[in-house]
Design a protein around this ligand. Structure first.
Ligand code: NDP
Length: 479
């Protein structure tokens, strides 16, 4: 199947007529092709978006809201089709795509369709100076949304929905590794009545198509989710042009477990926070710190639970862990496991490729638990982004806090304790953007989402996203 770009409400071949193979991670076979879009395709997308902007930015919020909610409904109607496509393209279990990815993509449109009806700006009365100030929140113009492969439609729509809700027109690029659901989304946009040119989807490589987008002098804002080094590169390119940036980058998140926690709940959730989506979620708790009083018990129970996870073909309902997204990613994760061994890490479980019968060339890996003696080792410091966690024990709250903060990343942290004072102390001191206490990945779309340090700049979610996608202008009237 040949995917196409979506420009000005129409499906278009790349101008160069060059194509890139798209692989199915479950069997390692090429199953489609996507446009290898060039600068000229990006320029077309930009020009179209620019033409659509005056009308879209003046469209009433009721109309915008209605269209977004319609897109959401159409995603729900097509849940099965989208979930199958996502699972095939990414390697994730179909059950996960059906329960999380596609419903969340639908929620993103519904949420921002509703949020825009409540988005308000401030006014400040300057008493004594006989003046009133009010703030206009105006759409920026043409903006870019660039998303990664791990949660393809989920993260693509998390950016697009607030961008268009706020009245912008968009040039968007999904990851070339997982282009399928972005392509399918385009069909829905026309059906939902989104005017031509408001959302343009350009497929291609990050280093060419993505690069053309971030270099475009008239694209004034970039919302990006992806790796930290790509984020760094985008920041460098964008800085001289003073583009507005929202960067959601990598994570190496601590999962801190105290002996007073609700043990069974913690254990169940820790399996999920370690291995959901093959560990390919920026929020996964990949560094597990356990209080020494329950360390041996946890170790035995955790291994027992993880052993039961079923690594298999993504389309099987019994599969807990599907395929990793690509051959090169699988190799990268395996390299980290080798590094762990060299560094003296103890592989408690997993660490090897899995051969799934009938799909021998798929990219399957066992869920892997590595016991480390020091938090300074590479596998405990660098983002692996696969089904690999490290575990180690700690004695005191101060010690674990220091280890939790001693990485370059600062996206999220999970705490397991029933001690309220300890919860408050640690939540205040953890250098992250999100703290979960006695839960993981419980998301309320109104809350600010993002990280500190090398995990990014800016916040998405709720009004934060609508603020990002608008420029504040103060108007001061003397009376
Ligand atoms: P990448 O940084 O490789 O890619 C992300 C996106 O950027 C892709 O669409 C990619 O295109 C594109 N891209 C690559 N190079 C450029 C460039 N020079 N200019 C413009 N765009 C470019 O990340 P991955 O796709 O590998 O995703 C995994 C990373 O994403 C992990 O580090 C993970 O932690 C992070 N992530 C962060 C989240 C957060 O909210 N903080 C959430 C989810 C993931 P292409 O794929 O076609 O090369």
């Amino acid at each position: 199947m040949k995917l196409k770009n979506f420009i000005n409400g129409k499906f278009e071949n790349p101008i160069s007529n060059e194509w890139i193979d798209n692989y199915n991670p479950s069997n390692g076979e090429v199953y489609g092709q996507i446009p290898n879009s060039s600068k000229a395709d990006v320029e077309n997308a930009y020009q179209t978006a620019k033409l659509a902007f005056p009308s879209w930015s003046q469209t009433t919020f009721e109309v915008r809201s209605r269209i977004l909610i319609k897109i959401s409904e159409l995603l729900e109607t097509n849940l099965q089709r989208f979930a199958e496509a996502e699972s095939k393209d990414n390697g994730k279990p179909i059950s996960l795509a059906k329960a999380i990815d596609i419903p969340r993509a639908a929620s993103n449109f519904r949420f921002f369709g509703n949020a825009i009806t409540q988005f308000a700006s401030e006014s400040h009365e300057s008493i004594g100076q006989k003046a009133i100030n009010y703030t206009l929140r105006q759409p920026i113009g043409v903006v870019a949304c660039i998303s990664p492969w791990n949660l393809p439609l989920y993260l693509f729509t998390w950016k697009i929905a607030p961008a268009i809700a706020a009245g912008n027109c968009v040039v968007a690029k999904p990851s070339e590794i997982t282009p399928m659901t972005a392509f399918l989304l385009a069909e829905i946009l026309n059906e939902a009545g989104l005017p031509k040119g408001v959302l343009n989807i350009v497929h291609g490589l990050g280093t060419t198509t993505g690069q053309a987008i971030i270099e475009h002098p008239e694209i004034k804002a970039i919302s990006f989710t992806g790796g930290t080094s790509t984020g760094e590169h985008i920041a460098r390119v964008a800085a001289p042009m003073f583009k507005k940036l929202s960067l959601e980058l990598g994570g190496k998140n601590p999962n801190i477990i105290f002996d007073d926690c609700d043990y069974e709940d913690m254990l169940e959730t820790t399996v999920r926070s370690s291995f959901t989506n093959q560990g390919q979620i920026c929020l996964c708790g990949s560094r597990i710190f356990i209080e020494d009083t329950i360390y041996e018990k946890f170790k035995a129970d955790f291994i027992e639970k993880v052993k039961k996870l079923n690594v298999g073909h993504p389309s099987e309902n019994t599969t807990n862990i599907g395929a990793l997204v690509s051959k090169s990613h699988l190799e990268k994760v395996l390299t980290f496991i080798d590094i762990a061994k060299e560094e003296g890490g103890n592989i408690l479980f997993g660490g090897k490729k899995v051969i799934v019968k009938g799909f021998e060339n798929g990219y399957y890996l066992e869920p892997t638990i590595i016991e480390v003696e020091t938090d300074n080792c590479k596998v405990n410091q660098e983002e692996i982004f696969g089904p690999v966690v490290t575990i180690m024990s700690f004695k005191t709250e101060d010690e674990v806090l220091e280890m939790a903060n001693k990485v370059k990343y600062g996206l999220s942290a999970t705490l397991w304790t029933n001690d309220l004072k300890r919860t408050m102390r640690l939540s205040n001191k953890l250098q992250v953007g999100i703290v979960w206490v006695n839960t993981w990945m419980l998301r309320d779309l109104r809350t600010p989402f993002g990280g500190v340090k090398a995990s990014g700049v800016g916040r998405e979610g709720g009004f934060e996203a609508l603020r990002f996608f608008t420029e504040a202008k103060n108007v001061c009237i003397k009376y």
